[in-house]
Design a protein around this ligand. Structure first.
Ligand SMILES: Cc1cc2nc3c(=O)[nH]c(=O)nc-3n(C[C@H](O)[C@H](O)[C@H](O)COP(=O)(O)OP(=O)(O)OC[C@H]3O[C@@H](n4cnc5c(N)ncnc54)[C@H](O)[C@@H]3O)c2cc1C
Length: 483
């Protein structure tokens, strides 16, 4: 058993919620541990979603999630300057294909205005088609939300964590919180492998498992219900890529099946919405594919099955009342719940960080403490040039300075060896970690060409044997023999 280590705060879960909370608190004079059970950060719900920065019109203002969505969305422009993640405000278009759906658009418009969403526009059929010519010709009208946008969700989380670590946060990966004991004003948290941490405050941001973590600490009882969303990814070469994020009018349980032009040029179609029993049920199915394709073609008829290059699923960590549950525990002192963070959790995340900081500050004050800002907090992380973003001239200059930019590892996504090296040097040592950092393996060949090259670089840089390399942690070995 390892010796106990002391921290002021432990944040449990390094998805977008835990990452943004750790980064927000890293502005202050505190020792913070960010605990994650997986081999890398953002391997939970934060990697499997639509990546949309929502427009604040889908839900009533009485929900906490709506207020944080509006506030969070406004913080993204500044965050991008600090954290250099792919982000574009391409706008959202909700479309009506039937008369009764037009009435629903009016409802979403008024709801958005009441919530404080800016620049909403109800559009005629002609205006809707001029905003997005690839729509179904039967479209009757639309709601345009120019502030809506898209990001690469995993890159956002990686950047948040990098920034938190730069400002003193200790990231502890493969730390699966399994038990906790409270005594004498602190908690001793134990991981599955026997490691211990001694901390004064705990923030539970464990996503799908927040209910189980709450139970470990003897805090509130509640139940997180996983709701699966399946997606299909269309190749960059598809002719059906819209310029805006296209929503149908929402159904009772979800925002409907969308057509999303990702920030890197592929297209997502989906997600479905299906209650499932298991919190690790990420299976995709041919039946859903057909349903998703049919729904997406209702919106953008040019979508073709032959454009599909990949499928994935994500699980919404929903609570019965469908709202976020962010509050100090009423049962366990110095314990904060951050649960039920389903959509729009990504959009709301920057505001979740500030909201939790305020709760934490109030807790400290009640105990006679204060939150002191650090003098040396640095919100910026080091930017890594991406070959695919550069002109031929810029690339040539960069290759002169760093020849590893001239060695192409992933042809489909134009990723150089220098970018893979940077991923490994920044601690991403699984195939998925490198994939989400660089986009290697995400193109049409789905890793057929580049996986071999990535593994060779990983061996050279880390000394890992091929048999020790994994897709996403110990339970997913990649190879049994040598290459
Ligand atoms: C299909 C789908 C589509 C979505 N689309 C959007 C969208 O377009 N826009 C938007 O704003 N939001 C969207 N969302 C919502 C968004 O993805 C989530 O709100 C957000 O990712 C939740 O982040 P989180 O950090 O709370 O949870 P997670 O990302 O799940 O992070 C929790 C972390 O806790 C770790 N953990 C769990 N138990 C333990 C333990 N015992 N010890 C240590 N670590 C532990 C997990 O491994 C995980 O990494 C979507 C969600 C889904 C499923």
């Amino acid at each position: 058993m390892l010796p106990e280590t002391d921290f002021d705060v432990a944040v449990i879960g390094a998805g977008v919620s835990g990452a943004v909370i750790a980064r927000t608190l890293s502005r202050y004079d505190l020792s913070i541990a960010l605990l994650e059970k997986e081999a890398d950060v953002s391997f939970g719900t934060s990697k499997g979603n639509s990546g949309i920065i929502h427009g604040g019109f889908h839900h009533a203002g009485s929900y906490l999630k709506t207020r944080l969505e509006i506030a969070g969305s406004r913080m993204f422009d500044n965050l991008q300057k600090e954290l250099d993640f792919p982000f574009k405000r391409c706008g959202i278009l909700v479309i009506a294909l039937r008369e009764e759906e037009l009435r629903h658009l009016h409802h979403l418009f008024s709801q958005g205005q009441e919530n404080g969403a800016e620049d909403l526009e109800l559009c005629s059929r002609e205006r809707t088609l001029s905003l997005e010519p690839k729509l179904h010709p039967d479209v009757l009208g639309g709601l345009f939300v120019p502030a809506g946008g898209i990001i690469e969700p995993y890159r956002f989380v990686f950047s948040l964590v990098e920034s938190a670590v730069k400002n003193g946060v200790t990231l502890v990966k493969k730390f699966h919180v399994r038990s906790a004991v409270s005594s004498g004003g602190h908690f001793v948290i134990q991981a599955e492998d026997g490691r211990n941490l001694r901390v004064t405050y705990v923030i539970n941001a464990a996503g799908l498992y927040a209910d189980e973590v709450s139970a470990l600490f003897g805090a509130e009882e509640y139940s997180i219900r996983p709701r699966k969303g399946e997606y299909y990814v269309l190749d960059k070469s598809t002719r059906a890529c819209p310029g805006r994020i296209i929503f149908p009018v929402p159904s009772g349980v979800s925002k409907g099946m969308l057509v999303v032009p990702t920030v890197e040029g592929t297209v997502l179609i989906g997600p479905s919405a299906e209650e499932v029993r298991e919190k690790d049920d990420l299976a995709t199915s041919g039946d859903q594919l057909q349903r998703i394709i049919d729904s997406a073609r209702n919106i953008v008829p040019g979508i073709s099955e032959s454009d599909v290059i990949a499928a994935f699923a994500g699980l919404r960590p929903s609570l019965e009342d469908e709202d976020f549950y962010i509050a100090p525990s009423e049962k366990v002192p110095r314990f904060i719940q951050v649960a039920g963070i389903q959509s729009p959790g990504l959009t709301a995340s920057p505001a979740i960080g500030e909201y939790v900081k305020d709760i934490f500050e109030a807790m400290l004050k009640a105990e006679g403490g204060t939150l002191k800002e650090k003098d040396d907090y640095d919100p910026f992380i080091d930017k890594v040039p991406r070959l695919r973003d550069l002109s031929a001239g810029e690339a040539a200059e960069l290759i002169k300075r760093n020849p590893a930019y001239g060695n192409l590892v992933c042809r489909c996504e134009q990723v150089s060896e220098a970018e893979v090296l940077e991923a490994v040097r920044r601690g991403h040592d699984t195939l998925d970690g490198i994939k989400y950092y660089t986009r290697c393996t995400m193109g049409r060949c789905q890793g057929g060409f580049c996986t071999y090259h990535i593994l060779k670089i990983l061996k050279r840089e880390t000394g890992l044997e091929y048999g020790e390399m994994t897709k996403r942690g110990a339970e997913s070995p990649l190879l049994l023999g040598e290459l």
